[in-house]
Design a protein around this ligand. Sequence first.
Ligand SMILES: CC(C)(COP(=O)(O)OP(=O)(O)OC[C@H]1O[C@@H](n2cnc3c(N)ncnc32)[C@H](O)[C@@H]1OP(=O)(O)O)[C@@H](O)C(=O)NCCC(=O)NCCS
Length: 176
Amino acid sequence: MGFNTVLYKLKGLYKFGKTAPKLRGKVFVNKFGTIKAGKNLSIVGHPWAVQITSIKGANLTFGDNVYVNAGVGIAANKEIVIGNNVKIGPRTSIFDSNYHRMDSTDKGELSKRIQIGNNVWIGADCTILPGVTIGDNSVIAAKSTVNRDVPNNVLVGGSPAKVIRELEIEDGWIRD
Ligand SMILES: CC(C)(COP(=O)(O)OP(=O)(O)OC[C@H]1O[C@@H](n2cnc3c(N)ncnc32)[C@H](O)[C@@H]1OP(=O)(O)O)[C@@H](O)C(=O)NCCC(=O)NCCS
C-alpha cells in the first residue's frame, strides 16, 4: 500500500508493549514521560496523522487491543489511562490538560487525569476533556464533547455529552 510510517521517539513503547504496536501511516510519538502499551495496539495514521504525546513526568497507558483511528490526538500532561478493547474514532482528541488559563482568577489545576474504561467505543470527532472518567462498555456518540464522568454501560452524545440510553452488555461481551 506504500504507507509512509514516521516513528518519532517511539523507543520505549516497544519495550513496554507485550507485542509491538501495529502502526500505519504517520504516527508521531513525542515521548518525554512514560508510554506503556499492552498487546495489539493498532494506530492508523492515514489519511490523517496521529499524534501521541506524553510530556516529562506524565504517564500514558494503553491496555490490550486498543484501536486508534486516523487523525486522533492524545496528549498526557499528567495521566491518561486507556483500558482494554477500546476503539477511538477518527479525529478524536484526548487531552488531559487545558493548557491555558481562562482569566487571572483561574488558579485551578490545568491538568487532570483521564481514565477510559474497558470495551469503550469513542466515535469520530469527539473531545474528551481533562478529569473525565468513562465507564466500562460505554459508547461516546460522534462529535461529542465529554466534560463529565460517564457511567458504565451507557450511550452518551452531544456537546456537552449527556446520557442517551443504557446499553445491554452481557458479561464478557467485547464490541467488534
Ligand atoms: C450513537 C450511534 C452509534 C447511533 O446509535 P443508535 O443506537 O442507532 O442511536 P439512534 O440513532 O437510535 O439515536 C438515539 C438517540 O441518540 C441521538 N444521537 C445519535 N447519535 C448522536 C450523536 N452523535 N450526537 C448526539 N446525539 C446523538 C439521536 O438523535 C437519538 O435521540 P432521540 O431519541 O432524542 O431521537 C451513532 O449515532 C454514532 O454516533 N455513531 C458513531 C459513528 C462513528 O463515529 N464512527 C466512526 C468510526 S469509530
